[in-house]
Design a protein around this ligand. Structure first.
Ligand code: HEC
Length: 116
C-alpha cells in the first residue's frame, strides 16, 4: 500500500522528465550533447549543467556574454534563459533558440537536472 502511494507520488515527476527529454531531442539536441565527455556541437555539452558555472564547459569557447556571467545555473536562471536567452544575456550566441511555452521550459529543466 505504502509502496503504491510512493509510486503514484513519483510518477508525475518521472513523466515530466521524460517529456523534457522529448522536448530536448526536438529543440536542443541538434546543438547540445548531454552525455558526459561527448564532443561539443554548435553549443556546449550540458551534462551536469545544473549547478555548473554559467559558461563552465572548459572545452567550449563561449561568447563574452556567458564568459562574464559569473554565476551558476539553477532552475530559475535556466527557466529565464530558455524563455529569452538574448534578454538575459545580450549578445549570447544561443540566439533565438528559446522555448516559448512555460510547460516545455519546466519539463526541459527537470530533464537537465537529471543529466549528471
Ligand atoms: C542552434 C543551436 C542551439 C540550439 C538549438 C540550442 N542551443 Fe543552447 N546554446 C547554444 C550556444 C551556441 C550556446 C553558447 C552561447 C554563448 O556562448 O553565448 C548555448 C548555451 C546554452 C546553455 C548555457 C550552457 C553553459 O554551459 O553555460 C544552456 C543551458 C543551453 N544552451 C540550453 C539549451 C536548451 C535547453 C536548448 C533547447 C531548448 C538549447 N540550448 C538550444 C546553441 C544552441
Amino acid at each position: 500500500m505504502i509502496r503504491g502511494v510512493l509510486l503514484l507520488l513519483a510518477l508525475p515527476g518521472l513523466a515530466l522528465a521524460q517529456q523534457g527529454q522529448a522536448v530536448f531531442v526536438n529543440h536542443c539536441a541538434s546543438c547540445h550533447a548531454v552525455e558526459r565527455g561527448a564532443p561539443e556541437q554548435a553549443g556546449p555539452n550540458l551534462a551536469g549543467v545544473m549547478g555548473r558555472r554559467i559558461g563552465g564547459d572548459p572545452a567550449f569557447g563561449y561568447s563574452p556574454a556567458l564568459e562574464q556571467a559569473g554565476a551558476a545555473w539553477d532552475r530559475d536562471r535556466l527557466l529565464r534563459f530558455l524563455a529569452d536567452p538574448e534578454e538575459m544575456f545580450p549578445g549570447t550566441w544561443m540566439g533565438a533558440n528559446s522555448l516559448p511555452q512555460a510547460a516545455e521550459r519546466a519539463a526541459v529543466a527537470d530533464y537537465l537536472q537529471s543529466v549528471r
